[in-house]
Design a protein around this ligand. Structure first.
Ligand SMILES: Nc1ncnc2c1ncn2[C@@H]1O[C@H](COP(=O)(O)OP(=O)(O)OP(=O)(O)O)[C@@H](O)[C@H]1O
Length: 371
């Protein structure tokens, strides 16, 4: 048995459980990502499977049996953890901090050999932390610190890497770069990784397995495609089904309340900016006529109070035209975000003409409701 396996774990504080019936198995070459709301128990679980927190019941199995059987030194060669907790060692450079990752091999007061120095250098390089290597650790930015701490963990040459929100302080560039580095290490070193992430869109892309931590247990565990579907994410976070689009990874604010005042003729992604503008101004709107396969369909469904659609790959029918005309009648204004109308989109061209005849057409960007 390799990697890390949790069996019927109960974790928590002072004998009071936060999570129970926790079961998973992360094999070498796999990433398991824990997702779930604030306070649901992700960090508690990560601390428990690294022995920072005593488990209440159950077992964690590593390559050579239960975790309890490992000495601290043996465990440090097996497993490394990076947390979000801030450590600020006085007078240590970032290189010194990374070098502490070699302690399991050199001993606490051991002198780093040539090979150790090379490993420190390589870890700094692979985490793009060389430019801060000789600066004081206490005086670098949060994002730089996060990269240094990950370099330290890599230096430890673990078989299992545990990461609590490894991307929390990173900008977009480094979020992508760090996750790509982790993915590469998983493949090259055959690492097993357990981490927590708040970025659901990234969790969906980087993970082999995703576990939904809900404050009581792991409510669901599976491949990303088994988790990012249906209403699993909406239920886990207690948001409306439309608030998160599992396909694109987009989040949407709440739609404006009330009867639609504006009708948006959009399509092909052209309407999205108008939907966001109307949502920000809290103007309820209707939209159409959109194919249900259109790239902006999910945004329209989340933000529009009324929507006229056709099934994907079906032509617009008289019935939908009538519905859209009715919404234009009921609205005060109509915005068209399309520049051109193809042969299959003549119905929306007709709708625009209809809105103009009714004196309801306004240009995108005009805001008569602000007068
Ligand atoms: N040292 C502690 N003693 C007692 N309870 C704690 C302790 N640390 C955390 N908790 C509680 O345990 C629960 C789980 O917290 P935990 O930090 O594991 O959540 P999390 O999922 O990591 O949250 P976040 O996404 O906000 O980081 C929370 O109710 C929290 O208040």
């Amino acid at each position: 048995m390799q990697g890390i396996r949790a069996s019927d774990l109960v974790v928590g504080y002072e004998g009071k459980s936060v999570l129970k019936d926790v079961n998973f198995w992360v094999r070498p070459g796999q990433i398991l990502t824990l997702i779930g709301p604030n306070g649901s128990g992700k960090s508690t679980l990560l601390k428990s499977i690294t022995r920072q927190l005593k488990t209440i019941a159950g077992q964690v199995y590593l390559a050579e049996g239960t975790m309890d059987a490992y000495t601290d030194a043996a465990l440090a060669k097996q497993m490394a953890m990076v947390t979000t907790e801030r450590i600020s060692p006085e007078l240590m450079t970032c290189r010194d901090v990374v070098a502490t990752g070699r302690y399991p091999y050199t001993g606490r007061f051991g002198v780093l050999g040539k090979e150790d120095e090379e490993k420190v250098q390589k870890a700094l390089e692979s985490l793009h932390a060389l430019e801060v290597a000789d600066r004081l650790f206490a005086k670098v930015s949060d994002g730089q610190r996060q990269r240094v701490m990950l370099a330290r963990a890599i230096c430890q040459e673990p078989k299992i890497l545990i990461l609590d929100e490894p991307t929390s302080y990173l900008d977009m560039h480094y979020k992508l770069e760090i996750l790509q580095s982790i993915r590469n290490m998983v493949k090259e070193e055959n690492l097993a990784v357990v981490m927590s992430l708040h970025e659901l869109d990234l969790a969906q892309k980087v993970s082999d397995l995703v576990a939904c931590v809900d404050g009581e247990t792991i409510a669901k565990i599976g491949r990303p495609e088994e988790i990012f579907c249906g209403d699993t994410i909406a239920c886990l976070y207690g948001v409306s089904a439309q608030a998160y689009d599992v396909v694109s990874g987009s989040m949407f604010l709440q739609k404006a309340k009330g009867e639609p005042k504006v009708f948006v003729i959009g399509g092909g992604g052209s309407g999205i900016a108008a939907y966001y503008t109307l949502q920000r101004d809290q103007i309820p709107f209707a939209a159409g006529i959109l194919s249900e396969g259109d790239v902006e369909y999910k945004a329209a469904k989340a933000l529009a109070s009324a929507l006229v659609t056709t099934p994907a790959f079906y032509p617009i029918e008289i019935r939908q035209m009538a519905q859209a005309r009715k919404w234009i009648d009921d609205c005060d204004y109509c915005i068209c975000t399309l520049d051109a109308f193809g042969p299959l989109n003549q119905a929306n061209k007709e709708l625009l003409s209809y809105a103009k005849e009714q004196g309801k057409w306004i240009r995108e960007g005009e805001k008569p409701w602000q007068k």
